[in-house]
Design a protein around this ligand. Structure first.
Ligand SMILES: *Cc1c(COP(=O)(O)O)cnc(C)c1O
Length: 455
């Protein structure tokens, strides 16, 4: 047995040269995006005013297993990748568990999360198409930050619509975006028709991701030389994020490590989808059997309490309909929810896999998540993002089960980012001002009423 180091690094040469498209190996493909007006599958031509051409090809391709990573993207990856796979020796010791715990850490770049893996790819394809710029939305700001770095690298203009409450209360990521040259507008705003309408209907609203998406799409389709880009949920994003899982697979193989359980937090599903991609491939093909576990907030439980149905992706109902586990596009988590992962829906790919029984999901209350975050920070030294801490919580729970049964299982989880800009949430936790409001069945029934009728 080779001794396993604290950190398993790959050399530049060992980094994956192609992204892996899990859909190519799925027995049941994810349901197609539908035109919100006609309910017919969206054709590439219909998506072209909104999205970049090559990204549309990636979005709609259920057959090609590998997409070469363009050299320009690969060179950018080399600045902050490969990311380390860390053996959590200190956490194992603190838990006194026979389990072996590993985490893949994606927080080692200025944006502080995995989102840069897709941001740089999307900016590259926009530039290649000769566009002037792109638009997007951001909630707490991780995606906007990552995209602003990517756009500045390729010399693209970036217009970000940032959920108003975050714009006002979370100035730090906003300023990182502006440092990289992005313009940041609080949403809803008076600069778009949909923004004006939302403000007229709901005066004083502090905004939501769904509103910000609608505004960003409106600006993209009405400004020549611009397209809209999105940082999660879409197939193309999971494709780019597969670099996380592919690196993990290579690192594990170096030391003949075979995981038993693979865990990730799930908001729209991109870091989880990326981490599990090659492992899910082997599971689908019957070459290996892993337990794959998605962890979501109890206050925004799309997998565990949502419906598997076609739904709107945005509040303005301008985006295609997606079949996914959803809480309804009108669902907004309780105001006291501080842990991120607030999107009402879930990646169509992961939704289909969950529906077909290839993965499990668990919902965890936020105070438990922050307790786990604190425990992890004190052992492993990294201050985790609240989102990532959902995965930490589930990994600790699994390790504690191993302690009871005496089994020494191998657990791999995704540590999707750092929490330096989320200290207001940590503050709430430390001051005892955080509660665990969990939506009631009545709350959910109310928002399910807004689901579109698609037969
Ligand atoms: C955005 C984000 C998430 C959630 O998004 P997914 O698409 O579900 O991965 C998780 N962790 C971090 C650090 C994030 O920034």
């Amino acid at each position: 047995m080779k001794e396993i180091p604290y950190k398993i690094y790959l050399s530049e040469d060992e980094m994956p040269k192609a992204w892996y498209n899990l859909r190519a190996d799925m027995k049941t493909k994810p349901a197609p995006l539908l035109n919100p007006g006609t309910h017919q599958p969206m054709a590439a031509e219909e998506l072209a005013p909104v999205f970049c051409e090559e990204l549309i090809q990636q979005e709609l391709d259920n057959d090609t297993p590998y997409f070469p990573i363009p050299e320009e993207v690969y060179n950018f990856y080399k600045m902050y990748r490969p990311s380390p796979l860390v053996r959590a020796y200190c956490l194992e010791k603190a838990l006194d568990t026979p389990a072996k715990i590993y985490y893949k850490f994606e927080g080692n770049n200025t944006s502080g999360s995995h989102k840069l893996n897709s941001a740089i790819a999307q900016a590259y394809y926009a530039k290649k198409q000769g566009l002037k710029g792109v638009t997007t939305e951001t909630g707490a700001g991780q995606w906007g930050t990552a995209l602003s770095m990517a756009c500045s690298y390729f010399g693209l203009d970036l217009k970000v619509f940032m959920v108003k409450v975050s714009y006002e209360q979370k100035p730090f990521r906003r300023e990182v975006m502006r440092t990289y040259g992005a313009s940041v507008t609080p949403s809803p705003s008076e600069t778009t028709n949909i923004g004006k309408k939302i403000l007229a209907d709901h005066p004083g609203t502090t905004g939501s991701l769904g509103c910000a998406i609608s505004e960003a799409v409106e600006v993209a389709v009405s400004t020549p030389g611009y397209r809209y880009v999105l940082g999660s949920v879409l197939n193309q994003v999971l494709l780019h994020q597969s670099v996380i899982g592919l690196e993990t697979e290579i690192a594990l193989k170096k030391y003949d490590i075979v995981p038993d359980i693979i865990i990730g937090c799930a908001g729209g599903g991109s870091n989880l989808g990326g981490l599990i991609a090659p492992f899910m491939r082997d599971k689908i093909l019957g070459k290996a059997d892993y337990r794959i576990l998605a962890v979501e907030p109890a206050s925004c439980p799309s997998f565990t309490r949502g419906k598997y149905a076609y739904d709107f992706a945005d509040t303005g109902m301008v985006c295609p309909l997606a079949k996914m586990y959803t809480l309804g596009s009108n669902f907004i988590p309780a105001p006291n929810h501080a842990g991120g992962l607030r999107y009402h829906g879930m990646s169509t790919t992961l939704s289909q896999l969950y529906h077909d029984g290839y993965m499990e999901a668990v919902a965890v209350p936020q105070t438990e998540v922050f307790k786990a975050a604190e425990k992890f920070a004190r052992c492993e030294g990294i201050l985790p993002a609240p989102e990532s801490s959902h995965a930490i919580k589930a990994a600790i729970d699994e390790a504690e089960k191993c302690k009871e049964t005496g089994e020494s299982k191998t657990i791999v989880f995704g540590l999707s980012g750092t929490g330096y800009f989320d200290l207001v949430a940590y503050e709430k936790f430390h001051d005892g001002k955080m509660d665990d409001y969990i939506p009631t069945d009545e709350d959910l029934e109310r928002s399910f009423k807004g689901l579109p009728q698609v037969e």
